[in-house]
Ligand binder design. Structure first.
Ligand code: ADP
Ligand code: ASP
Ligand code: MG
Length: 438
């Protein structure tokens, strides 16, 4: 059995919902994970932001606009009176709850409930459509089985246990639809897997139901060798290893949620990236197999903060780095890149919410310099294979760009560089010319 996840654009209009329904209705049993219609989660975030700034009136207005949009979607999606009525009743109930939430004003709980509505709406609408068409379809509630712990980490074993009864109850049904993105936290409150999290839902569900394959259907024909939003002439990559794909996802290839490869890799379930708009295109196949050598792809991760810690006296002394790392650990702030010299260590983080507290602690024993708005450029492939001078090719390509940090040798499949964010587009294009066009 496969898991098939369809992203925001794939379910972004009534006609795309019709199209997705055709793709999933091939007779085989599957779990179908859906995102919210494109634009909906952004709209819900905006409503929540208005609540945060106490602009309840604006929030209410935006809620009404969104309700209108969904009324129109129902009108175009469904033809039968029975299912139009069912769908209108459902969206009316959801928007009544949204109105009540807006009236209460901002809280994190309100924000999380608001954000969950996009996936609840899209899955119900697609379900009603497929029911209307007479498909063998069921809808199972992600909020009853997707769960995270206190640290925000998904609990695969618990998810496995909790999804089983739903899978058993629907064992005679072909298409089992559920929501991506949304889950419950350790207290049972509505939460989510962070923006873009439906991919992560799909791979967690794939692991929980022992899927044969996790298919991520989106608006492009697989993982490209560079970011198509910044570089022209990028090309799809046919095959990637789990390590390579995980690295690209973590370092900014938006097509995949940063963590979504991990469950697939842990349970050795291949991931297939497919284009909903062009289902016959081959896409990208991700498995444990390492295919060719050399450079495969480039990605970029923005909003990185570089922290330089200087201490001529203590830096290389035993225990110094432990002391530094413990501080990041205590503040639950992951470090992405590290370079050292005799007098300083530079490292990068992408979550700066604890930065002030971290700096205050380090400053008790070393001096600290901060550079915000940095970008990590990540070059993935079999970069330490027997070809000589792969690092040289990269630095040569970027010789006109000031490089703040370089990390090579941390793994066989990645070279990372830190540059000022303003050079990102230029760097991605230069690497494209030198690595893939030469
Ligand atoms: P979905 O809504 O289906 O989850 P996303 O917008 O999250 O889709 O991801 C698909 C988008 O990722 C593509 O439209 C593309 O612009 C962007 N993207 C960024 N880097 C890459 C890459 N290396 N390969 C393919 N797509 C990429
Ligand atoms: N709807 C959520 C978002 O926009 C999750 C997703 O699309 O993957 O972030
Ligand atoms: Mg996405």
């Amino acid at each position: 059995m496969n898991v098939q996840k369809f992203g925001g654009t794939s379910v972004g209009t009534p006609s795309n919902m019709h199209h997705v329904s055709k793709i999933v209705n091939d007779g085989s049993r599957k779990v179908v994970v859906l995102s919210a219609m494109s634009g909906t989660t952004n709209a819900l975030v905006e409503i929540s932001d208005r609540l945060k700034s106490s602009n309840l009136e604006m929030a209410a207005e935006m809620g009404i606009m969104l309700h209108k949009k969904y009324t129109q979607v129902v009108e175009e999606l469904l033809t039968s009176k029975e299912y139009k009525e069912k769908a209108n009743k459902y969206i009316a109930k959801e928007f009544e709850e949204i109105t009540n939430l807006i009236d209460k004003g901002y809280s994190l709980e309100t924000e999380n409930i608001l954000l969950s509505k996009g996936e609840l709406l899209s899955t119900h609408l697609v379900y009603f459509y497929q029911k209307q068409e007479g498909y063998s379809v069921a809808l199972i509630p992600a909020l009853e089985f997707m769960c995270i712990n206190e640290e925000g980490e998904p609990q695969i074993e618990l998810i496995r246990e909790r999804i089983r009864p739903f899978m058993d109850q629907t064992k005679d049904v072909s298409i089992v639809i559920t929501q991506g993105f949304i889950c419950r936290d350790h207290e049972g409150k509505v939460s989510n897997l962070k923006r873009g999290g439906s991919d992560y839902s799909a791979s967690l569900i794939g692991a929980a139901v022992d899927a044969d394959m996790i298919e991520i259907w989106t608006d492009i024909d697989g993982m490209h060798n560079n970011d198509p939003r910044y570089v022209e002439g990028t090309a799809p990559i046919r095959q990637l290893s789990f390590d390579e794909a995980a690295e690209l996802a973590y370092f900014g290839a938006k097509i995949l949620h940063p963590f979504c490869i991990f469950p697939a890799q842990e349970f050795n379930i291949p991931v297939l990236l497919k284009n909903t708009m062009e289902p016959t295109a081959e896409g990208t196949f991700i498995s444990k197999k390492i295919v060719s050598r050399g450079f495969k792809a480039v990605a970029a991760k923005d909003n990185i903060t570089a922290i330089k810690i200087k201490s001529s006296r203590m830096l290389m002394a035993y225990g110094f780095l432990r002391k530094v790392f413990e501080i990041f650990d205590r503040h639950r702030t992951p470090i992405d890149m590290i370079t050292t010299s005799e007098v300083a260590v530079s490292l990068t983080i992408d979550n700066d919410s604890e930065l002030a507290a971290i700096v205050a602690e380090i400053e008790t024993f070393a001096s600290v310099e901060i550079d915000a708005n940095q970008t990590i450029i990540c070059i993935v492939g079999n970069v330490m294979a027997d070809e000589m001078g792969m690092a040289e090719v990269v630095t040569n390509a970027l010789k006109t760009i000031p490089i703040r940090m370089i990390s090579y040798g941390g793994s066989e499949h990645n070279i990372s560089l830190l540059i000022n964010g303003e050079y990102k587009t230029q760097a991605l294009n230069l690497l494209h010319q030198h690595l893939f066009k030469a």
